[in-house]
Design a binder for this molecule. Structure first.
Ligand code: DX5
Ligand code: ZN
Length: 236
């Protein structure tokens, strides 16, 4: 929320036989938060993990937990994931619920609300929610699977969000706070540069970090690369 760069490894790329070890590995490598992907087999054609995995992560880590709900009805599960330990709870703008009401409910329950947007959904779909959230998560792959190829066609949308989110006095969200823009999908040491240039300041990275033999070093390098170019191509 201050324009700082954050790196959030995604546990989806961890070892599902040793999830606790994978979570700890990310924290020890210097993760700013752990990202957990929740799927319902309906909003996306895959299933992943549930609230017990979030509870496990809350028990063994002391960094924040970013919980990304890829669910048709995130409103029905917000409370259970917040009770499990979610720090930020991100729901999709395309989900089949009262998105505004659910974001407000998430904040009222004490978590930080975020809104996620799929690659093909236009920027305008976010407009009703920009004043209500601390984070916009831009999918840079189709949600549902790790290890996919980054979609560069999302870059103009990231820049448009960064422009729209310029601090404006008197905004409901609190004056001069800077909106966090997260990118999720195909982020590695190469793609990090263009997303940071476009104005993203939070990098979710699954396969690239977990499959690396030098996770801590790569994580640091990802942060440095993003810092060096953040917002360079967001103007316009
Ligand atoms: C995809 C998930 C992502 C995923 C990213 O639906 O939202 O968080 O873990 O994985 P990579 O970095 O491998 O593309
Ligand atoms: Zn995710």
């Amino acid at each position: 929320m201050n324009g700082e760069i954050y790196i959030w490894p995604s546990l989806l790329a961890g070892d599902f036989g040793r999830l606790e070890e994978s979570a700890l590995k990310a924290q020890e490598a210097g993760a700013d938060a752990l990202h957990l992907d929740i799927m319902d087999g309906h909003f996306v054609p895959n299933l992943s993990m549930g609230p017990d995995v979030v509870k496990m992560a809350r028990r063994c880590l002391n960094i924040p937990l970013s919980v990304h709900l890829m669910l048709s009805r995130p409103d029905q599960f917000a409370e259970v994931f917040i009770k499990a330990g979610a720090t930020t709870l991100t729901i999709h703008v395309e989900s089949s619920c009262d998105v505004l009401g659910t974001l407000r409910h998430i904040r009222a329950l004490g978590a930080i609300p975020g809104v996620a947007i799929n690659p093909e959904t236009p920027f305008e779909a976010l407009l009703p929610f920009l004043g209500e959230v601390d984070e916009v998560l831009c999918m840079t792959v189709h949600p549902g699977l790790g290890g996919q190829k980054f979609m560069p066609e999302v870059l103009p949308k990231i820049a448009a969000i960064r422009r729209a989110a310029r601090p404006q006095p008197g905004r409901e969200r609190g004056g001069d706070a800077i909106l966090d823009i997260t990118v999720d999908g195909g982020i590695d040491l190469n793609t990090v540069t263009c997303v940071a240039e476009a104005g993203a300041n939070i990098m979710v990275s699954g396969s690239a970090l977990f499959k690396s033999k030098t996770m801590a070093q790569d994580l640091r390098q990802m942060r440095e690369k993003a810092r060096a170019v953040f917002g360079k191509n967001a103007a316009g």
